[in-house]
Design a protein around this ligand. Structure first.
Ligand code: ZN
Length: 267
């Protein structure tokens, strides 16, 4: 909040701006990102000819810093848009129904950067370490996108490529770096850089296979968990995807409303 106030001295700020609220919604932001956000808000304000930076402009600027610029000019087919809506709804709902996940802040199918859509989760506080449950929840949430596509369209696309890469990376690190597999135990194996692995850490073929098995088991368990959630809340999934197709961006409050309406329970 203090950093924000320092940057805010350079711009004209509307009375409605509450820096405490903004500080709370930007955990993990670096000083540079905070500066970036305030500058971006000032730019947006100047461009639209408004007299001072408002809360809603700061929110837009925050999204841009967190998720990249919107690419509204990108041409997307109706089919792609529909798949993206279900994909993002899948991410959002798995996170929603898993206790201990970072709360879902916003879901959008407006393309940003290289992504066709995004589900934004915000940690409730600054975190410096993560427990196994939290990491496992991340795996489930990441797989939720692909799963929703599979459940609804009985088909899978390349859209989940990045999710799957992240899933593999997290699962492998859980097993090889953080000793989170009881089968492998608390041993470190450097797998991220096999070419420059340090001598003495060359693993046997047997260990390599055991690691692969553990990673696969972990991912399969997350997959099953996420599938269970989406199948159980299929109606909410449909409603959320429908709302996204209609309004493109859905806030936390709107998701909560949909969940209550469709009879789901918050985790
Ligand atoms: Zn995804």
């Amino acid at each position: 909040e203090k950093i924000l106030r320092v940057h805010a001295q350079k711009i004209k700020v509307d009375q409605d701006v509450e820096w405490t609220t903004i500080a709370k919604s930007t955990p993990g932001f670096s000083g540079a990102q905070l500066a970036n956000m305030v500058n971006e808000a000032a730019l947006l304000t100047a461009r639209s000819g408004m007299p001072a930076v408002t809360m809603s402009v700061l929110e837009q600027a925050k999204d841009k810093v967190m998720m990249g610029a919107e690419r509204r000019s990108m041409i997307i087919t109706e089919k792609e848009k529909k798949i993206t809506a279900y994909h993002e709804a899948g991410h959002a709902l798995v996170a929603w129904f898993l206790p201990g996940s970072d709360p879902v802040h916003k879901v959008t199918i407006i393309p940003r950067g290289r992504a066709l859509g995004l589900t934004m989760q915000l940690p409730q506080e600054e975190k410096y370490s993560q427990d196994r449950t939290y990491l496992f929840n991340n795996l489930c949430t990441l797989l939720g996108g692909r799963l929703a596509e599979e459940i609804v369209f009985d088909e899978i696309t390349t859209g989940a490529g990045n999710d799957i890469e992240r899933v593999s990376d997290i699962a492998r690190r859980m097993v090889c770096e953080w000793g989170m597999s009881s089968e492998i135990g608390p041993v470190t194996f450097h797998t991220s850089d096999p070419l420059h692995g340090q001598p003495g850490q060359i693993m046997s073929e047997q260990t390599a296979r055991a690691i692969d098995d553990e990673v696969k088991k972990l991912i399969q368990a997350a997959y099953d968990q996420a599938r269970e959630i989406l199948v159980a809340h299929r109606q909410v999934l449909e409603a959320l995807a429908g709302a996204l197709l209609e309004r493109e961006t859905i806030s936390r409050d709107e998701i909560e409303h949909l969940v209550l309406e469709k009879g789901g329970e918050h985790a």
